[in-house]
Design a protein around this ligand. Sequence first.
Ligand code: GDP
Ligand code: MG
Length: 370
Amino acid sequence: PDIITVQELANRMAARAGEVVKALFRMGVMATITQSIDADTAELVATEFGHRIRRVSEADVEQGLEGEADTEEALEPRPPVVTIMGHVDHGKTSLLDALRKTDVAGREAGGITQHIGAYMIQIPTGDRVTFIDTPGHEAFTAMRARGASVTDMVVLVVAADDGVMPQTVEAIKHAQAAQVPMIVAVNKIDKPGVNLDRVRQELLQHEVVVESLGGDVQEIQVSALKGTNLDKLLEAIILQAEILDLKANPNRAAEGTVIESKLDKGRGPVATVLVQKGTLNQGDIVVAGAEWGRVRAIIDDMGIPLTGAEPSEPVEILGLTGVPSAGETFVAVEDETRAREITEFRQRKAREKVAAAAGAARGTLNDMLA
Ligand code: GDP
Ligand code: MG
């Protein structure tokens, strides 16, 4: 199959397209600059121009993104990434807001709390925790469908006065399917007459066995409204993180996942990303989904510009050429050529998918007409 246009091949070799056409002619291939040629022909021409060719299969293009596996010595502890889930009105947003206020990092005054869908706090012990605010379970499902695993644990919020509800059950299923541990935060314990045993029994029916019933799921009673036991919840998170022994190599090219993205009027495409490996630096060339760009700015959840972001840090990045989708992975690559190669591959794949779907639809229509 033809894989590259004469023009594109010339561009990559920094040669004149006319010279490439001539070289092809000498090889008995008649092609204009807009025509495509196959891999063997392209390789022959490239060799003639003094280039060494590295054949990249489609699988390589994707696999290459995985990079080298890290050695044990290269790994360093990283903060846990926590997702808060639960039924609507059980207090997820209130809890996220309350937890955020416990941040002791004392980051520069003047920082304005940004809503970037994720934030990192430092607790009195010096440990840091990243919280992801899933706008809805749909986003979480989309991420999982893309194979993105961003969260190390789920904090399941259950309102003590309401108990296990449909979205509580959904959240439990998500956590179980993603095989991440859960911590139950029984919220609204400030309300009169709450029945904790009933909540525990309801959870038990969905195979969530809290410690007081002999299981290994930590249960913390909190009030997001009054700020009760937030320290206990954070302790439980740190304990769970220690059990998980979370590590990543900060000294490599960055990799991670897009948490959310938007097209900002003034700033262009803005993506909130979670760095999961390596360190993302200003000026890095990154590929995010089928988009790429040079990272023009890295901004934390307080709106403060950073020069770099390490594993488990959620940051906004500016400089992409388009808006990637939530759940897509991003990687820092060596140069623009590599970035183009990967994004072109992904865009072509996406087009093929659309074409195949359209073809299937046409087929159905033809069947109907026949
Ligand atoms: P979400 O839909 O899960 O994000 O829930 P919200 O955080 O928006 O909270 C829903 C409602 O419950 C709001 O009116 C909150 O003020 C209230 N709420 C949240 N946490 C508590 C709590 O600990 N105690 C009481 N009494 N009310 C709470
Ligand atoms: Mg909410």
